[in-house]
Write a protein that binds this ligand. Structure first.
Ligand SMILES: NC(=O)c1ccc[n+]([C@@H]2O[C@H](COP(=O)([O-])OP(=O)(O)OC[C@H]3O[C@@H](n4cnc5c(N)ncnc54)[C@H](OP(=O)(O)O)[C@@H]3O)[C@@H](O)[C@H]2O)c1
Length: 183
């Protein structure tokens, strides 16, 4: 039976993660608002037939809830979720988790968080069937300077975290915290 994955915020830094999952044999549903950007992710995959588009605004809680319920009804239980969700949508993750837990099957969440999660880890109430993994996006120090991560570094780090099944992974570095870029 096909294994179902869901990538939220899939057409930016997680584009290569979505393609990698498809290449690893997953059926991957990718979420973003702009359908054209999602199509580009799918069309760049080695096996585009394994990539399914779900264009929605995760800030619209009721539409998101309906879409998640329909996803489970049409594709079956989702086993793996990778989520990069802006803080402008504080209810989105809980909404996704509530709907995905309905089939009562175990699933894994890789919650991609900004560097502030190092100092203030987000409180996420996960259903009993969900294993929570946190991936913190850090920064890179180069001599006296520091910079944010590139999309490639982020995608590679998320893929590594999924492979290693790490409870918490840090991409780049979060210390020394004072070096964190301010731009
Ligand atoms: N610590 C670090 O180094 C760090 C941390 C964060 C970001 N960054 C960098 O900054 C860049 C920009 O960051 P970003 O936050 O814009 O991430 P991004 O991953 O480039 O883009 C955000 C993703 O989420 C989707 N999205 C945004 N709002 C949405 C909504 N309301 N509903 C559904 N989908 C939504 C976007 O598609 P749509 O726009 O089509 O909806 C897109 O797929 C990143 O590409 C990364 O390189 C670095």
């Amino acid at each position: 039976m096909a294994r179902e994955a869901l990538v939220i915020g899939a057409s930016g830094m997680l584009a290569e993660v979505s393609r990698w999952l498809a290449n690893e044999g997953w059926q991957v549903t990718i979420v973003g608002r702009n359908r054209q950007k999602l199509e580009q992710v799918r069309d760049g995959a080695m096996n585009p037939d394994s990539v399914h588009l779900l264009a929605l605004d995760y800030g619209q809680t009721e539409s998101l809830r309906t879409a998640m319920a329909e996803l489970v009804a049409s594709r079956g239980a989702v086993e793996l979720v990778v989520a990069w969700i802006h803080q402008t949508a504080p209810d989105a993750l809980a909404t996704v988790l509530a709907e995905l837990s309905r089939p009562n099957q175990p699933f894994r969440l890789y919650h991609v968080c900004g560097s502030s999660a190092w100092k203030n880890p987000p409180v996420v109430h996960v259903p009993k069937t969900c294993t929570y993994h946190r991936v913190i996006l850090g920064f890179v120090c180069e001599g006296e300077e520091a910079r944010w991560l590139t999309n490639r570094e982020i995608a590679d780090g998320v893929i590594r975290a999924i492979r290693q099944e790490a409870a918490q992974a840090i991409i780049g570095q979060v210390e020394p915290w004072e070096m964190r870029p301010t731009y």
